[in-house]
Write a protein of this length. Structure first.
Length: 427
């Protein structure tokens, strides 16, 4: 086995560490016994050079700008499969083998999408105008009281029930968060509608079961809208050991209820450096206000004395165009052509921001490209999704990934509690 030798220049001692071959991507050095063998530990704030686990779920090639779920390219999954198929792939490692299986899984999710009536009291207790991410994190935590038996899961059936239950309920919870925030009565799921259509229905329908009169003045939910949102969910379904997934794994490593770990993941996703960026992108595009202001705006972003950042740009792993952003950019243009009209003004500003940034030395030297959040907001707005629901939409998309990662962690008999050290610099 290939090794890396570490030489301590103070003591002249040499230590060998095994190199691990990954099935794809760069190799890793196994430093798990670094402290025990050398008495020294590693320092890596932000974990930029550290793997915290082995995983088979998603793979990112940051140089090429490639993302795979269980070995499948996201571009292929978006083209050929529904989001509910991708959920099945992530939590059970298999895509449905035919249309019947695909429908059966979607139907199971629809039937599991209803919420315990007790949970409705929680939504009602929170103020109108509450940010849906705060409500959502609390509501998912409350789910652990309603399904306490998932605390001690024993077999694959238990794992699947836990994962399918929360994947099914999360769109209902997001819709209820929204309706609570605007003071509108809750709309219960309709099992005749597919997983994704059902979500749009619960958001839009006014108290009557028909969609004739809706909150947004819309008459119908079109298949094109359902398809667009379905693709957006798929593009968010998993993404390696990002901050929220790492949070889910860290919290799960203590042996807590899985929904408590997922609630913590939702809180981690809320921040603007992570999933909260999609909301901020739209705010920034509106603040820029006109293509003629883009150059000045970019100058501000580059000012090292100003902590201001261009939202929807940059990524820890991608040093190339984020493949999710590429798909979203062409989806935006395709939908616009097919009749879901994008905000032309904001689209032009976004296009100009991208052009200016990608030809600027500051961005070129740092490999800063548009990420998944840069174009998603423009599409979500065209789908009449309010801005404060953008990050909750990310939550719906990421739920199968969190479940898969959590299950991978708890099924691993060698997984340990997450417990990093610190470089102590105090008194
Ligand atoms: N605008 C301006 N400068 C940037 C940006 C940006 N968006 N992103 C990174 N930089 C600069 C940063 O100032 C630093 O410059 P220097 O080397 O001179 O100090 C350099 O690029 C490296 O940045 P970093 O902060 O060390 O990179 P990171 O890997 O720790 O952070 C990031 C990654 C995504 C938090 C960061 O790029 C960022 O804040 N982007 C804006 C927020 C955003 O769009 N987040 C969504 C990420 S993708 C969806 C998701 O996974 O949630």
């Amino acid at each position: 086995m290939a090794t890396v030798t570490l030489i301590n220049n103070e003591t002249n001692q040499k230590f060998d560490f095994d190199i691990i071959e990954c099935t794809r991507g760069p190799k890793a050095v196994n430093f798990s016994k670094l402290f025990e063998t050398t008495g020294i530990f590693s320092y890596d704030p932000g974990y930029g050079s550290t793997a915290g686990c082995e995983s088979t779920i998603s793979y990112i090639d940051g140089k090429k700008g490639e993302l795979l779920y269980k070995g499948h390219k996201i571009e292929d999954l978006v083209k050929k499969y529904k989001f509910s198929d991708v959920c099945k792939l992530l939590i059970s490692s298999e895509l449905p083998s035919n249309e019947q299986e695909s429908l059966a899984f979607d139907l199971e999710l629809r039937h599991r999408s209803f919420l315990h009536e007790g949970l409705i009291n929680l939504f009602s207790a929170l103020p109108d105008g509450a940010h849906p991410m705060a409500t959502l994190s609390s509501a998912v935590s409350v789910l652990s009281t309603l399904y306490y038996d998932h605390k001690d899961m024993e077999d694959e059936d238990d794992y699947q029930t836990m994962a399918r239950r929360i994947i099914a309920k999360i769109p209902t919870m997001v819709a209820f968060c929204y309706r609570n925030a605007v003071g509108a009565p809750f709309i219960y799921p309709d099992v005749k509608r597919s997983y994704v259509e059902n979500f749009l229905y619960m958001l839009r329908a006014y108290p009557h079961q028909r969609l004739k009169q809706t909150l947004n003045g819309e008459e119908e939910i079109t298949p094109l809208e359902v398809e667009a949102l379905d693709k957006i969910f798929t593009l968010h379904a998993d993404h390696g050991q990002n901050a929220s997934t790492t949070t889910v794994r860290n919290v799960a490593s203590t042996g807590v209820h899985p929904y408590a770990a997922i609630s913590a993941g939702i809180s981690a996703l809320w921040g603007p450096a992570h999933g909260g960026a999609n909301e901020k992108v739209l705010k920034q595009l509106n603040e820029i206000g006109d293509v003629k202001n883009v150059d000045k705006f970019i100058e501000r972003v580059k000012d090292k004395n100003d902590p201001f950042r261009l939202m929807g740009f940059g990524h820890r792993v991608y040093k190339n165009y984020d493949p999710r952003a590429r798909v979203l950019k062409s989806l935006k243009d395709e939908l616009d052509k097919k009749g879901i009209k994008m905000d032309t003004h904001l689209s032009e500003i976004a296009q100009k921001v991208e052009e200016v940034a990608l030809s600027d030395d500051y961005f070129i030297q740092r490999n800063l490209y548009p990420n998944v959040d840069f174009y998603s907001g423009i599409i979500l707005s065209a789908l009449k999704i309010p801005t404060h629901l953008f990050t909750p939409i990310f939550v719906i998309g990421r739920m199968p990934g969190w479940c898969a990662q959590l299950l991978e962690h708890i099924k691993n008999p060698h997984a340990r509690i997450t417990r990093p050290r610190q470089v102590y610099i105090g008194k």
